[in-house]
Design a protein around this ligand. Structure first.
Ligand SMILES: [Zn+2]
Ligand SMILES: [Zn+2]
Length: 285
């Protein structure tokens, strides 16, 4: 292991006593290491799939009926060493920033969202939430030629990072009308906003997992022909695309801390999030 980022889903899972995030599980699904046999620097796609179910055969590996996530359903990257299936590793060019590469996993989510959005360069794209996935989605949209990208976040620190990263329009709340809205938060209010601010026939993409049941006006969806699509993780192609475009990531967004300090850092981040996009645990070599 060289670096493993602490994801908001892990902080939230521990804070909310999620039964899937309990000891003896070793968490960590956003990580980079070197192959023990070759010394090659690799990123790991944490989604382990069967390759034989109908969804795998249709190329929707993220919807595999037997899917498991490294760091959730089996031992993950907060460790000195981890065993992963060889088909899940992606070699990184020599010289790739290790800290930037821990953001390949959220970047893969962003590529998957982008492909689901069906957006064109002239689409008005709104993104709610400027955490890792929201920020990456804005950068992927811009990289793909989108001309109208607006990112909304209530956190001043996150807005500052998005502005510095080159997102052209950064606001605290979306207003006006959009063709596509990505909700990278998943709270009741953000889901509601992702529908309210859409044009008739627009598309909302729900990636965030903050809340469960959200009351939605079904008549409004029907009358305005709104599409709401869920989005989970990434297909293999999106992960490969993220590896190729790791240059979109700025390593200064990642705060490196020693793995030995992991427990303290974890509690600290659960209490008060900092201004970094990610904090990564780095084993002492
Ligand atoms: Zn994550
Ligand atoms: Zn499968």
């Amino acid at each position: 292991m060289r670096a493993a980022a602490i994801c908001g889903s892990e902080l939230g899972g521990v804070k909310n006593n999620d039964p899937s995030r309990k000891v003896p599980l070793i968490m960590g699904h956003e990580f980079v290491g070197v192959r023990a046999d070759t010394g090659q620097l690799v990123a790991v796609n944490p989604l382990v799939t069967c390759g034989t179910c109908d969804r795998c055969l249709a190329g929707q590996q993220n919807l595999c009926r037997n899917r498991a996530l490294i760091g959730v359903h089996r031992s993950g990257g907060f460790a000195e060493e981890v065993a992963v299936p060889i088909k899940n590793i992606h070699e990184l060019p020599t010289g790739t920033s290790i800290l930037a590469a821990v953001l390949i996993e959220p970047l893969a989510n962003a590529w998957h969202l982008w492909h689901l959005s069906d957006a064109t360069p002239t689409s008005r794209i709104g993104i709610i939430g400027g955490g890792a996935i929201g920020l990456m989605t804005a950068l992927v949209a811009l990289h793909s030629g989108a001309q109208h990208v607006t990112l909304a976040d209530v956190s001043e620190a996150r807005r500052g990072t998005a502005v510095a990263a080159g997102v052209p329009t950064v606001v605290d709340y979306l207003d006006g009308e959009y063709d596509v809205i990505v909700d990278a938060v998943g709270a009741h209010e953000t889901r509601e906003a992702s529908i309210r601010q859409l044009r008739p026939g627009g598309r909302a993409l729900w990636e965030g997992l903050h809340d469960g049941d959200t009351p939605i006006d079904g008549r409004d969806l029907a009358r305005r022909e709104i599409s709401v699509l869920g989005s989970f993780a990434y297909i293999d192609d999106a992960f490969a695309k993220a590896v190729q475009t790791v240059g979109l990531v700025d390593e200064r967004w990642v705060n490196a801390v020693p793995l030995d300090d992991g427990e303290r850092i974890f509690h600290q981040l659960m209490e008060s999030p900092d201004a970094y996009v990610r904090t990564a645990l780095v084993p002492s070599s």
